[in-house]
Design a protein around this ligand. Structure first.
Ligand code: FAD
Length: 389
C-alpha cells in the first residue's frame, strides 16, 4: 500500500491531522490499535480551548460541539472554607472553554474523516516503523483479520500516545527527555452525578486538593489528592464521597455536593514529560507521544490538537509549494507552546496542592491563592494562560 502520510494512532492528535490533510487532498491512512467502539467511548479530557474549537469549525467538524458543549468563562477556587471565582473569559477578550468530552471529539473526528472517504484501520497490532530517515519510510502492521501488511509513505505521524511505538522507534541518544514527577498523586473519579456547580472547582484543603470538573449534565469528574503509593482499591466509594464533601465544604454556604454512582476510579501519577526534538527523519511525533502534562489546566488534548494543526499546515505547504520550512520548524513551533503550558501547569500545581510532608508549601499555595483572589493583575495573567493564548 502506498500513501502520502501514515498516521499511527487515532486519538485527538492523529484524527485532527487526518481530517486536516484529507481536506487538502493529501492521501493518508490511520492505524489504530484499539477498536472503533473503544476509542469512541474512552473518557479522558473534557475541555477544549477556543483555538481548538476554531480549528474544528474551520474543518466543518464543530456542528455538534457548538450545539452541545457547555461554555465556561468562570472557575472557582476554595481555600480554608472560603470560595472566590475568577471570570477568566471577561479578563481575556471573551474567550471561553468548551466543555465537551474527549470521546465526543474523537467520535466527530472519526465520523468526519470516514464520511469523506477516509481510511482508518482499527484493531491493528504489531505496528513497526521502518526506514524513518529514508524518503519512503514504511509502517508494518497486522490487520484485524490477521493479515500482515506494509504501508509506504512520505511521512509518518507518530500520534500513538505516551505508550505507543513511535517514540521508542527513534534510536537511543537522538531525543533529549525532560521528566518531572510532581510527587503528587490524584484519585480520578468519574461519577454518574449531575454537576453540583456551574464552574470548575479547585479546592485547597489541609488534607489535600479536591477538584470538581464538568463533563455532561449527568456525569461529573472529581479529583482527590491522595498519598503517593495509594491504590484505587484503597478508597471505598463511601470514603471518596466523604473526602469530597469535607474538602469542598464552605463555612458560610448551603452549597451541597450531589453524589452518584462511581463509574471509574483510577490513580493518576502526576508527571510531566517532554522530548526534544519532536521529529526524527520523516517521523513527526504529536500529542502525548511527545509530551505529557498534568491535567491541571486542562491542556493535554489542546496541545495534541495544536501539534496536529502545526504539522498539518507544514504538510499542506510542502505538498502545495514544495517548501520544507514548516517541517523544519515543526518541533520548535510546537515546543514553544508545550513549555509554556508546562510552566503554567506547574504554577497551578503549586497553587492548589498541599504537601502533607512539608506544610510550608501548603502555606505558599494559600498565599498564591490569596494573591489570585485579591490582585486583578495576577488574575489577568491566570486568565491568559488558563483559557489559552
Ligand atoms: P491519545 O489520545 O492517547 O491517542 C493515542 C492513540 O494511539 C490511542 O487511540 C491509542 O489506542 C493508539 N495507539 C497506542 N499505541 C498504538 C500502536 N502501537 N499502534 C496504533 N495505535 C496505537 N487531560 C485532561 O486535560 N484532563 C483529563 O481528565 C485527562 N484524563 C486523562 C486520562 C487518561 C487515562 C489519559 C491517558 C490521558 C488523560 N488526559 C487528560 C490527557 C489527554 O487525554 C491527552 O493529552 C490526549 O488524549 C492526547 O491525545 P493524543 O492523540 O496525543 O493521544
Amino acid at each position: 500500500m502506498k500513501r502520502s502520510v501514515t498516521v499511527v494512532g487515532a486519538g485527538p492528535a492523529g484524527l485532527t491531522l487526518a481530517n486536516l490533510i484529507q481536506q487538502s487532498d493529501i492521501d493518508c491512512v490511520v492505524l489504530e490499535r484499539a477498536s472503533r467502539a473503544h476509542v469512541e467511548t474512552r473518557p479522558r479530557a473534557g475541555v477544549l480551548e477556543h483555538r481548538s474549537v476554531t480549528m474544528l469549525e474551520s474543518l466543518g467538524l464543530a456542528d455538534r460541539l457548538l450545539m452541545e458543549a457547555d461554555r465556561h468563562g468562570t472557575c472557582e477556587f476554595r481555600v480554608s472554607g472560603r470560595a472566590f471565582q475568577v471570570s477568566y473569559s471577561d479578563l481575556y477578550g471573551g474567550r471561553e472553554h468548551f466543555v465537551y468530552p474527549q470521546q465526543e471529539v474523537v467520535k466527530d473526528l472519526i465520523g468526519g474523516f470516514l464520511d469523506r472517504g477516509g481510511d482508518i484501520r482499527f484493531s491493528v497490532s504489531d505496528v513497526e516503523l521502518r526506514d524513518l530517515t529514508s524518503s519512503r519510510p514504511s509502517v508494518a502492521f497486522t490487520s484485524e483479520d490477521g493479515t500482515r501488511e506494509t504501508v509506504e509513505s512520505d511521512f509518518v505521524a507518530g500520534s500513538d500516545g505516551f505508550h505507543g511505538v513511535s517514540r521508542p522507534s527513534i534510536p537511543e541518544g537522538v531525543l533529549t527527555e525532560f521528566t518531572h514527577h510532581h510527587g503528587i498523586e490524584w484519585l480520578t473519579i468519574l461519577a454518574e452525578a449531575p454537576p453540583s456547580t456551574k464552574a470548575t472547582i479547585y479546592a485547597l484543603h489541609d488534607d489535600g486538593f479536591a477538584g470538581h470538573m464538568l463533563r455532561s449534565p449527568s456525569v461529573s469528574r472529581f479529583y482527590l489528592q491522595v498519598a503517593v503509593g495509594t491504590k484505587a482499591s484503597d478508597w471505598s466509594d463511601e470514603q471518596v464521597w466523604e473526602a469530597l464533601h469535607k474538602r469542598f465544604a464552605l463555612h458560610d454556604s448551603s452549597w451541597t455536593l450531589t453524589e452518584g454512582k462511581i463509574i471509574e476510579k483510577r490513580v493518576l501519577d502526576m508527571r510531566s514529560h517532554v522530548v526534544e526534538p519532536m521529529s526524527y527523519g520523516r517521523l513527526y511525533l504529536m500529542g502525548d507521544a511527545a509530551h505529557i502534562i498534568t491535567p491541571v489546566g486542562a491542556k493535554g488534548m489542546n496541545l495534541a490538537m495544536n501539534d496536529a494543526a502545526t504539522f498539518g499546515r507544514a504538510l499542506i505547504d510542502f505538498y502545495t509549494t514544495g517548501s520544507e520550512t514548516g517541517l523544519k520548524t515543526y518541533s520548535e513551533d510546537c515546543l514553544r507552546r508545550v513549555w509554556r503550558a508546562q510552566e503554567f501547569s506547574q504554577w497551578m500545581v503549586n497553587m492548589i496542592h498541599t504537601d502533607v510532608s512539608s506544610p510550608f508549601f501548603g502555606r505558599l499555595a494559600q498565599a498564591r491563592l490569596e494573591h489570585l483572589a485579591e490582585s486583578p493583575a495576577y488574575r489577568a495573567t491566570f486568565a491568559e494562560n488558563y483559557v489559552g493564548p
